[in-house]
Design a protein around this ligand. Structure first.
Ligand code: ZEM
Length: 295
């Protein structure tokens, strides 16, 4: 599956080149005919799934390589729906061919979080699209929403994250929605799914969530708000973090303190997007590009 494209180490982009990419990502966020009128949430999910395959013990997976371009990762049922995100970004790639897909997908998540009212997430470029066959992640590395806190630990400890970081990352579910034809789950977590906030944590704690079995047999949790006549949802994993004795205090902290959540989310999302990327600590330049492997 090796590809010969992008095997030359590119010159680092100038600030103005990167700024132009950011602007073009911003310009495509508004999508009147898509979901809640925004490409933002699905772009955040693309960034997460591109990086969340990382395994620290074997140093495999992660955003380098942009493996979702190829069927094994791209057509993994866990990534269903992310083709929309990749398609949205294709116009940006066409206009700025110098940027790698792996940089573009991670940067788009960061730009979208900020544009939807979230924090500034630290981001550095330099990822390679070279597919290193020895680094390919197997399927099954992303979390299964039907499971509980121990499963989340199993998945996220493998990336190097602790309980607090798992809870902070889960706060991304303030954005977007579940699609029955993608994950089998259905609905949005909050009433304003294109506005980043800590509402997700407050709703987990303050509403009375009832189990619901969808027509496809999938189990999730539901809350029907009589006043607004809207139905909100939670995944089993979303409620599991509020049951686990070591995660629950973080759910409480983020429900109460929006600034704390923003700061912790920015740090951990930034860390997620760097998994498997090795940089020179002085210059920030990437060390593990393709051509050291001989391209
Ligand atoms: Zn999600 N996520 N996620 N997530 N996620 C969905 C949607 C979104 C889990 C999960 O199973 C699901 C993180 C962590 C975890 C987003 C961001 C992040 C959906 C619905 C599911 C089932 C997909 C669909 O049907 O379209 C589980 C179990 C997680 C473990 C904690 C992390 C970390 C994220 C980013 C930091 C976002 C933004 C969405 C909404 C996507 C959209 O299309 O609207």
């Amino acid at each position: 599956m090796s590809t010969s494209e992008n095997t030359e180490r590119p010159a680092p982009p100038t600030d103005s080149q990167l700024e132009a990419v950011r602007e073009d990502i911003l310009a495509l966020l508004k999508q009147p005919d898509y979901d809640d009128g925004s490409a933002g949430p699905v772009l955040v999910r693309l960034a997460w799934h591109s990086a969340g395959t990382y395994d620290k013990d074997t140093d495999t997976g992660g955003s380098n390589g942009a493996g979702m371009r190829y069927p094994y990762e791209g057509e993994d049922p866990a990534n269903a729906g992310l083709e929309h995100a990749r398609l949205f970004l294709e116009v940006v790639k066409k206009k700025h061919p110098w940027i790698t897909y792996s940089d573009l997908w991670t940067l788009a998540g960061v730009v979208a979080v900020k544009a939807m009212g979230g924090p500034d997430v630290p981001w550095q470029g330099g990822r390679t699209d070279f597919v290193d066959d020895s680094k390919l992640p197997p399927r099954g590395r992303l979390p299964d929403a039907a499971q509980g806190a121990d499963h989340l630990r199993h998945i996220f400890n493998r990336m190097g994250f602790n309980d607090q970081e798992i809870v902070a990352l889960s706060g991304a579910h303030n954005l977007g929605r579940c699609h029955i034809d993608r994950s089998g789950f259905d609905g949005a977590w909050v009433n304003s799914p294109t506005r980043f906030s800590n509402q997700y944590f407050r709703l987990i704690r303050n509403l009375e969530w009832k189990p619901k079995v969808l027509t496809n047999g999938v189990k999730q949790f539901t809350y029907y708000d009589e006043d607004t006549e809207t139905e909100l949802m939670m995944l089993p994993t979303d409620l599991a973090i509020n049951q686990d004795p070591s995660m629950e205090p973080w759910v409480a902290a983020y429900a109460e303190d929006k600034d704390r959540f923003y700061a912790d989310f920015a740090a951990v999302f930034g860390k997620l997007l760097e998994l498997g990327i090795k940089r020179d600590s002085a210059t920030g330049h990437i060390l593990n590009t393709d051509n050291e492997k001989g391209g």
